[in-house]
Design a protein around this ligand. Structure first.
Ligand code: C5P
Length: 247
């Protein structure tokens, strides 16, 4: 499933803007510099599926950061819809459980087979799990949600559950990447946000890792938002990160 990735392929830029016009401007500016664009809930709630049409118009790869979490049938149908929109990567919450994840994986595979009939060159979308949100603190998990395993064991446990449920990988902090790689093996995608090059501000990210360090810890893709989106020269910022990844 995993293809060999260039430094540019590995860079996902978060389209953390609220209008289609801003997203279009970012895609136009950066489409030759980065591998994937990420559409999160803010942009999706603002623009809806016009974002998917925009990605298709420019021929860029899209990560729909949807974080589905519902009963198995509903999530399965949402996955079908995501495949039919030709998104390249999309995700759900592993805490929805194995029945939900298995239904999602089955529906994704079936929808992809259908899609191939109309578009024989369509590439298989990657279905990814969010384990525990990086904003969640260890004591929230234990004291408030009454989860029995400590955070550092819960994350690789959920990653393994996602793998057993036929998902393609996980979104996780780079700090968790090494444990996930050890538990789930090489043929499992790891996407890491919370990335800050040495020249960028941390903003509100608490546990930050540099692009090169994230890859060294086992990440396949890195998600970068503000260091590129808010840079004075976004092309230069993206190029610096790709250079760091390639070096
Ligand atoms: O601007 P910054 O680089 O911090 O943006 C990171 C992106 O990754 C944002 O879109 C954020 O929502 C997303 N993200 C994250 N941490 C997670 C999951 C997603 O920062 N655990």
């Amino acid at each position: 499933m995993k293809r060999s990735l260039t430094a540019k392929d590995r860079l996902i830029v978060a389209l953390d803007v609220s209008s289609e016009a801003e997203a279009r401007a970012l895609i136009e500016e950066l489409r030759d510099e980065v591998g994937v664009f990420k559409c999160g809930l803010e942009l999706f709630t603002s623009c809806g599926t016009s974002l998917f049409a925009l990605a298709r118009e420019y021929g860029v790869r899209l990560f729909f950061d949807a974080k589905f979490h519902d009963i198995p049938n509903t999530v399965a149908q949402a996955c079908r819809a995501a495949v039919n929109q030709s998104v390249d990567i999309f995700n759900l919450h592993a805490t929805g459980g194995s029945a939900m994840m298995e239904a999602a994986a089955q529906a994704t595979a079936a929808a992809y087979q259908e899609l191939l009939k109309a578009e024989p060159k369509a590439s298989k979308p990657a279905l990814i799990a969010v384990t525990i949100l990086t904003s969640m603190k260890a004591d929230t998990l234990s004291d408030e949600l009454k989860v029995g395993l400590p955070l550092e064991k819960m994350v690789p446990y959920l990653a393994q559950l996602a793998k057993k449920s036929n998902l393609d990988g996980v979104v996780a902090s780079a700090q968790e990447a090494t444990a996930i790689r050890e538990t789930c093996g090489d043929d499992f995608l790891i996407i890491t946000p919370g990335i800050r090059p040495s020249w960028a501000e941390a903003n509100d990210q608490a546990r930050i890792v540099t692009p090169r360090d994230a890859i060294a810890r086992g990440a396949d893709y890195i998600v970068v938002g503000r260091p590129i989106v808010k840079a004075k020269d976004r092309v230069v910022a993206a190029r610096k990160i790709v250079e760091e990844l390639a070096s």
